[in-house]
Ligand binder design. Structure first.
Ligand code: CP
Ligand code: NVA
Length: 299
């Protein structure tokens, strides 16, 4: 693995490599170690969008691996004033040992990887959120065992970055995935075709939840979509993940949310509070999985 730009570009073997190493990393956290693969290395974090989990878990993870994180808000660097991504990549490659980018256009992350000479990690774009989904796969394996055949149902904005990364991950890991979303918020047919696998799309949330091993949701208004907020809140209102939807799934269904959560919108407050142990374990696993990703890219 040279970069982590999308789940789409990863092989099942590469995904499994991340999951295996994540287990070791999690088990070893806090124990004395001489294995500090980022010693003497500085990784930049260029963020154009807000972040709690991704930013903090990467900064902590880089430090725990012996390196230094350098947070670069795009407002503070010349990129925000029109310097090109290609020139920024050429320059930062002379200083940094790797870069983690959260932004709007997937193209910008791809371009950084093309013109720079250091590993690039996509920390969320409008198209994909690969770090999230790798951590989620790790969480599912940890809680439910082997991924193969586990039935995932994603409820809500089926065309958002998290849903898209899920589509590619499910196809690669042989997990049947159902997306329950209203028309206008369903994944494009061309994307489903590209992904292959056993992916179904429906507007019937209760039918979609039936026999699910995992029920997953994400915010209804992703970063950058704020102007569409009134329409989204209205159209997506019937797609709330709550106890009634969960009752259609398997009895021990795993409830997952990438967070941040808006209680009473995409997930009911009651369900989130009842399942908070799992949901915050899921958030914690971002740290372990991202340390594994950093170790694989720093090799
Ligand atoms: N789930 C996630 O990526 O959270 P942040 O936006 O807080 O990083
Ligand atoms: N789909 C959400 C994910 C947040 C982690 C967004 O892009 O805002």
């Amino acid at each position: 693995m040279k970069h982590l730009l999308t789940i789409e570009q990863l092989s099942a073997a590469e995904i499994n490599e991340v999951l295996t190493l994540s287990r070791t990393v999690k088990a070893g956290r806090g124990k004395p170690t001489k294995n500090l693969p980022l010693t003497g290395k500085t990784w930049g974090l260029i963020f154009t969008k807000a972040s709690t989990r991704t930013r903090v878990s990467f900064e902590v993870g880089i430090r725990e691996l012996g390196g230094w994180p350098l947070y670069l808000s795009s407002n503070d660097i010349q990129l925000g004033r029109g310097e090109t991504v290609a020139d920024t990549a050429r320059v930062l490659s002379r200083y940094l040992h790797g870069v983690i980018i959260r932004t709007f256009a997937q193209q910008d992350v791809e371009e950084f990887a093309e013109y720079g000479t250091i590993p690039v990690i996509n920390a969320l774009t409008d198209d994909e959120h690969p770090c999230q989904i790798l951590a989620d796969l790790f969480t599912i394996e940890e809680k439910l065992g082997s991924l193969k055949g586990k039935r995932i149902t994603f409820v809500g904005d089926g065309d958002c970055n998290v849903a898209r990364s899920w589509i590619f991950a499910a196809a690669k890991m042989n997990m049947p995935l159902t997306i329950a979303a209203p028309h206008g918020y369903q994944p494009r047919p061309a994307l489903l075709e590209r992904a292959g696998g056993d992916i179904r799309v429906t507007d019937d949330i209760n039918a979609a939840a039936k026999d699910a091993d995992v029920l997953y949701t994400d915010v209804w208004v992703s970063m950058g979509k704020e102007s569409e907020s009134p329409d989204r809140l209205r159209v997506l209102a019937p797609y709330q993940l709550n106890a009634s939807v969960a009752s259609a799934a398997k009895p021990n269904v795993l409830i997952m949310h990438c967070l941040p959560a808006y209680r009473g919108k995409e997930i009911s407050a009651e369900l989130l509070d009842a399942k908070q142990q799992d949901i915050f374990d899921q958030a914690e696993n971002r740290l372990h999985a991202q340390k594994a990703i950093l170790m694989l890219l720093a090799r």
